[in-house]
Design a binder for this molecule. Structure first.
Ligand code: C2E
Ligand code: CA
Ligand code: CA
Length: 700
């Protein structure tokens, strides 16, 4: 719409008609008052104001002062002889003029032009402000300077990003340079030069220091423009603030490289650091070494702690390693200082250290000892004192491996063997370790899956009353049908299961299976027999042992009197008072209890009397040479006598020959078990014993 403020009614009407023919709306106001009133209802795109008297000029000023039409083009209509008043009109806001002699048709076309360019300007304006807004959102600004001149034009956002928004109007290139850290200035200048000379358009990343201490990372993209309107060469650039993005990336990288629980480096990071140390060592001749420390019995310890406390323990261990290995050992010539970044937790309870610049591989022992010392003091976790010991394995470049993976693997192997030799040992890798360790590792991984994959089975070995030849029960013995290794002996995998804590679910499964089998035979109408199940030390220490046994008996509907639990002396002697209470609880349910491998430990007779047990099982090592070795015969005899005096039944294990049996019969041993009668057999074969007479030949 065009507003026409002109008292020349004839002209105004003619003009409105002309405009209409150009499809432009117009409104006529006769005087200033009326014009201002019109503005309240509608905002025009162009104003036409007739001059010729003072009121025209003052109307111009009044319109110019209104915010709605401040930027609206204002064309003045000047009488032909009064062109001299044009400057005053421009001062009052006029942007163009027509003469009174101009025909309405011409004036209409001039107004149409003004309207079109007003529209264009408005569009540009809008684009410009949305550009400013989007640049602010993406934290991007632009700048420009003319090559050869030093003044720099920066958008508001560019000023903010570069720390140049201190209010000064004129900026120089030097102002920007002064914000760039000294060591990056030369790089910036070189980059700017190569952009200005058209050699490069690649971006540059650098930092800027703001006066308030704020520090930003920015990316600059720039191009050279050869002047369109003049012959000057300009460089125009876009600066983007990458600080937040870089911080987020750094955080992601930290998380990628570190163990989230302890904040130590993770396996990946450790491998990379080791690789870097190897690169150095190839030049310097150093012997970088990898120490792998394996926490002994960690699973068992963790099992005794409340939820999350084992995590707290790992965090505490990490902290100790970090703090304890930080200081220099000034007395010895070898430093035991290990940079924090060289300590890693590579999995569960396995920590590693990298000693990047050892002169001699043997020096790593000092660090190993220091680690053991650092861990020796008890940890306080959740109000409990916890003792942690470690086994350490060491591998060194170049003797034990050429790559970081190889060194790490071999240090792990050495740690594995070190654990076998007892706690607090430090072992160097040797090639002979490998085969054994690999076998154990294969077993360990396999064992984790054995339960799920149904590879475990329970076998049953009969127990016979010597005096009558009657079969009284079975001992349940677990078997592992390994998919590649065949039948693996429990003597091999039970210790492994104990170390890894897997014995708890495995042991429960065995007891469940044996109890279930025992009751099934009863359900099939067979005369009940007793089922003896072995209990590992780790299981015995579980606080919920009693509950889980009761639960199994309930689930399988087996009367507790048909269950016997075999425990070793060492289990009972570790904490006799506690053991006695636990046994009493089980006993009070009617469960039978026996001491397995009797004679190999060092039971205190005093305690033995106080344990509510039913039977002693003479360890098979004494039975093996019973008839040829006088010492063994004496031990077996005294166990039988001891049992009799304490009113306990005595069972001889591993009876293989008739002469062994004859000896036991003469000594009035109560029961026997061994290959002479039968090895442990699967459930199907065991049932055949139950179907028959259940009698074995034991008479002389
Ligand atoms: P153990 O409890 O002393 O079991 C007796 C071992 O002697 C069994 O070996 C059995 O097969 C074997 N044996 C039986 N009669 C004879 C014989 O006449 N001569 C010889 N030389 N050996 C005989 P196995 O089944 O290999 O078990 C070895 C050990 O593994 C067991 O010793 C026990 O400590 C452990 N174990 C086996 N099954 C389980 C189980 O279900 N749970 C737990 N916690 N430990 C188990
Ligand atoms: Ca046993
Ligand atoms: Ca035994």
């Amino acid at each position: 719409m065009i507003l026409i403020a002109d008292s020349d009614t004839a002209f105004a009407e003619e003009l409105v008609r002309e405009l209409k023919s150009l499809a432009i709306d117009a409104q006529v106001a006769k005087g200033g008052e009326e014009a201002l009133q019109c503005l309240r209802a509608l905002v025009p795109q162009v104003l036409l104001v007739a001059l010729g008297n003072d009121s025209g000029l003052s109307l111009c000023s009044a319109l110019q002062a209104l915010p709605e039409v401040k930027h609206t083009p204002m064309v003045v209509r000047i009488p032909d002889g009064e062109l001299a008043s044009l400057p005053a009109a421009i001062g009052a806001g006029a942007t163009d003029f027509v003469l009174t002699s101009d025909s309405p048709a011409i004036v209409a076309r001039r107004l149409a032009c003004a309207m079109r360019s007003a529209h264009r300007i408005k569009q540009l304006d809008e684009q410009c402000s949305s550009l400013v807004l989007s640049q602010r959102i993406v934290r991007m600004g632009h700048w420009e300077f003319v090559v050869g001149q030093d003044d720099l034009h920066c958008s508001g956002e560019a000023r903010r990003i570069l720390g140049l928004d201190d209010g000064s109007e004129d900026l120089m290139l030097d102002d920007l340079l002064s914000r760039i850290p000294i060591d990056q200035r030369e790089g910036f200048n070189e980059w700017l030069n190569s952009v200005a000379t058209g050699k490069s358009t690649s971006p540059l990343e650098h930092s800027v220091h703001h006066v308030d201490g704020n520090f930003r990372v920015v990316r600059q993209d720039a191009e050279v423009l050869c002047g369109l309107t003049d012959r000057r060469t300009r460089v125009t650039g876009v600066v983007q603030d990458l600080t937040e993005r870089r911080q987020a990336e750094a955080k992601v990288q930290f998380l990628n490289e570190h163990d989230s629980l302890t904040g130590l480096a993770n396996r990946q990071q450790f491998i990379e650091r080791t690789e870097a140390a190897l690169v150095e060592a190839r030049k310097s001749g150093a012997h970088p070494s990898v120490l792998c420390l394996d926490l002994n019995q960690f699973k068992a310890i963790a099992g005794l702690l409340p939820d999350r406390a084992s995590d707290m323990l790992l965090v505490a261990i990490a902290r100790r390693l970090r703090d304890g290995l930080r200081e220099y050992d000034t007395v010895a010539h070898v430093s035991t200082r290990v940079a924090e970044a060289s300590i890693a937790r590579i999995r569960g309870d396995e920590f590693t250290l990298l000693l990047p610049d050892l002169k001699r591989a043997a020096d790593s022992v000092r660090v190993g000892r220091r680690v053991l010392d650092v861990l020796a003091e008890p940890f306080e976790v959740d109000g409990q004192e916890v003792y942690v010991t470690a086994s350490i394995g060491v591998s060194s470049y170049p003797a034990d491996g050429q790559s970081s993976e190889e060194l790490l693997k071999r240090a792990e192997t050495a740690a594995y063997c070190s654990r076998q030799q007892g706690r607090n040992t430090i072992l160097f890798y040797s090639p002979s370790m490998n085969a054994k360790a690999v076998e154990r590792l294969t077993l360990e991984t396999g064992l984790r899956r054995a339960l799920e994959r149904n590879e475990l089975a329970v076998y049953y070995q009969p127990r016979i009353e010597i005096a009558t030849g009657n079969m009284l029960g079975f001992e349940a013995l677990v078997r592992w049908r390994h998919p590649e290794l065949g039948l693996v002996s429990p003597a091999q995998f039970i210790p492994l299961a104990e170390e890894t804590g897997l014995i708890v679910p495995i042991g429960e499964w065995i007891m469940q299976t044996a109890c279930e089998q025992c009751r099934q035979w009863q359900d099939q109408g067979l005369e009940p027999i007793r089922m003896a199940v072995n209990l590992s030390a780790v299981q015995f220490r579980q606080p919920d042992l009693f509950d889980s046994v009761i639960q199994i008996l309930r689930d399988t509907r087996l009367d507790p009197k048909w269950l016997e639990m075999e425990l070793t002396e060492s289990i009972l002697m570790q904490n006799p008072d506690q053991a006695r209470k636990a046994l009493q609880q089980l006993k009070s349910e009617g469960i039978h209890l026996s001491i397995d491998d009797f004679g190999t430990g060092y039971s205190s007779l005093a305690y033995l009397k106080r344990f509510p047990i039913d039977a002693l099982k003479i360890d098979q090592t004494f039975i093996r040479e019973l008839t040829t070795n006088a010492d063994d015969a004496a031990i077996a005899t005294s166990i039988i006598l001891l049992g009799r005096s304490l009113k306990l039944r005595v069972v001889a294990e591993g009876v293989e020959t008739p002469s062994q049996l004859a000896f036991l019969r003469v000594m009035q041993c109560d029961e026997a078990q061994g290959y002479l009668f039968s090895p442990a057999v699967d459930a199907k074969e065991a049932r055949r014993f139950l179907d028959g007479t259940r009698k074995f030949h034991t008479a002389a």
